[in-house]
Design a protein around this ligand. Structure first.
Ligand SMILES: Cc1cc2nc3c(=O)[nH]c(=O)nc-3n(C[C@H](O)[C@H](O)[C@H](O)COP(=O)(O)OP(=O)(O)OC[C@H]3O[C@@H](n4cnc5c(N)ncnc54)[C@H](O)[C@@H]3O)c2cc1C
Length: 477
């Protein structure tokens, strides 16, 4: 992975920059000892690492503004960081950058059940947002599988999704407002505790901007009343393509399950060995969940099961209790951990039209043969958000490079069939150089000009999202 040559002048004035940051922040909020900065050398894309110049842990919007003002004056790049669970390398530092971690910004600032919103500092984890409102019967809908660890900050930056986003939408559909600190330290409020704001949709621009335009310190999030009930059904099929066709037919029928999750045989076997959820030994399975009153659930499942039967399932298992529901979800929820136990893997993230699922799954199988690398599929099938896990051996020379080439071919295929390079993990460094596949030079230039407006010196997360060649002149200043 190419990264820009670090700015030697910035590295040479480390002591001066650290001194200014320490003077602006409370004791213990600036980490600069190389033994300690290593903790920030990568995110969940662990194949690539680089310790930062320093890391800072502010606890308020004012402290974030002070850090950014200093770095702006000194010309020091800043990489915002939530919990560091990005699978796209979005929070990976460069040797001349300061990591700005928001893990101390964890307060709940306001809860309003009448108007159904919560305002939090963005270092708060995704799951603990629901934790703050569940006693009153509410929840925050976007549910990335990493929700125990990942922060609202990273969710907003990556426009994260999750298993239940088929019905409730992803982060952008559940975000009402943000407090954003610009690179020069200016604090701006965007949106608020209401449905829409006048003027341009700045909030839509910030959500998914991957730390390129500003640092989000506070967020107003929509909360929803918990549904009356939910019921999953497990479906086993004797081919991935047939399972894919079943998904396309369910979506076409107009029923809206809350989740449709897909796992193929390599993934089923790994999770069975890891979690023992009692899944059938078949080529592919789907978990389809619906929500509502008992009558609504029965009606929706009636349509869904009728469609599934037309695809000759090898198993159809409708949950009859809370314990059975938990067991049906157990394997899916342990899938990433299970795969990690048996292999190094790279988790891809691309989106395709749902009707293209059978074709894309077949092509991925063929490419797996061509590259000589295994692949396991586990993903949010209902919205066409694929997560092929390419298996490789990090200790085998050449395997990582073959894995990267295989991954690039899969993502190109997603674009070719009318989809997108990313569904929910973002571009980061992982897909930076594939942006040329999705966008022509004029499209890329238009996006760079948006960043010029928010961050004219190109100091915020500068080596991410766009092909390095396209940004070289701007990064050089
Ligand atoms: C096991 C596992 C499962 C996962 N499952 C899912 C899933 O189901 N759905 C999904 O969408 N993702 C998933 N992810 C990916 C990841 O958890 C999400 O991208 C998440 O939103 C990242 O949040 P974070 O707080 O860890 O952000 P980080 O990794 O710290 O940062 C991510 C990006 O956000 C930027 N950023 C961080 N803080 C700020 C801020 N305050 N202001 C502006 N920019 C900021 C960073 O610069 C970086 O570009 C998974 C990851 C793992 C490891």
């Amino acid at each position: 992975m190419d990264m820009p040559v670090p700015n030697a002048a910035v590295i040479a004035k480390k002591a001066h920059v650290v001194g200014r940051l320490r003077a602006a922040l409370p004791e213990g909020a600036v980490i600069h000892d190389p033994a300690e900065t290593r903790a920030y050398e990568c995110d969940a894309l662990t194949a690539y690492r680089c310790p930062p110049l320093a890391a800072v842990l502010p606890a308020t919007t004012d402290e974030v503004a002070a850090v950014l003002r200093i770095c702006h004056e000194e010309g020091v790049p800043v990489v915002p960081r939530g919990s560091g669970t990005s699978l796209a390398g979005g929070a990976m530092p460069t040797a001349d950058s300061v990591i700005l971690g928001v893990s101390r910004l964890t307060e709940v600032l306001e809860v309003d059940y009448d108007n159904r919103f919560i305002r939090v500092q963005t270092g708060r984890t995704n799951l603990s947002v629901t934790g703050a409102v569940e006693e009153e019967g509410f929840f925050y809908a976007p549910d990335p599988s990493s929700q125990l660890a990942c922060a609202i900050a990273g969710n907003i930056a990556m426009n994260s999704g999750g298993a239940h986003c088929l019905k409730y939408g992803v982060t952008t559909n559940n975000l009402l407002g943000v407090t954003l600190v610009q690179m020069d330290g200016t604090v701006v409020e965007i949106g608020g505790a209401y449905m829409d704001a006048g003027g341009y949709d700045w909030l839509g621009l910030i959500c998914g901007s991957e730390g390129q335009l500003g640092v989000v310190t506070e967020a107003t999030l929509r909360i929803l009343p918990k549904p009356e009930g939910a019921r999953p059904v497990l479906m086993g099929f004797d081919s991935s393509e047939v399972a894919g066709a079943c998904v396309a037919d369910i979506i076409k029928a107009g029923v809206l399950p809350v989740a449709i999750e897909f796992m193929d045989r390599p993934c089923i076997r790994a999770t069975e060995a890891f979690a023992g959820a009692g899944y059938p030994d078949c080529e592919a399975l789907l978990i389809v969940e619906v929500e509502g009153s008992a009558a609504e659930i029965d009606e929706q499942l009636g349509v869904i099961l009728q469609i599934a039967r037309k695809h000759d399932p090898v198993e159809l298992r409708e949950s009859g209790s809370a314990e059975e529901s938990a067991r049906i979800w157990l394997g899916r929820k342990s899938a990433f951990g299970a795969m990690g136990q048996i292999n190094d893997y790279m988790c891809l993230d691309g989106t395709i039209p749902v009707s293209a699922l059978p074709l894309v799954l077949r092509r991925i199988g063929e490419m797996s043969q061509d590259y000589g690398l295994g692949v396991a599929n586990v993903f949010h099938a209902g919205d066409g958000n694929m997560h092929p896990l390419i298996l490789f051996d990090a200790n085998k020379p050449g395997d990582l490079e073959r894995c990267e080439a295989f991954g690039a071919d899969i993502l190109k295929l997603c674009v070719e069939v009318g989809g997108c390079l990313t569904g929910e993990h973002g571009v980061g460094i992982e897909k930076r150089d594939l942006m040329n596949v999705q966008f022509d030079p004029a499209d890329i230039e238009a996006q760079l000009r948006v960043k010029d407006v928010f961050d004219p010196k190109w100091l915020l997360n500068p080596a991410k999202v766009f092909p390095l060649a396209a940004t070289a002149a701007r990064r050089a200043g």
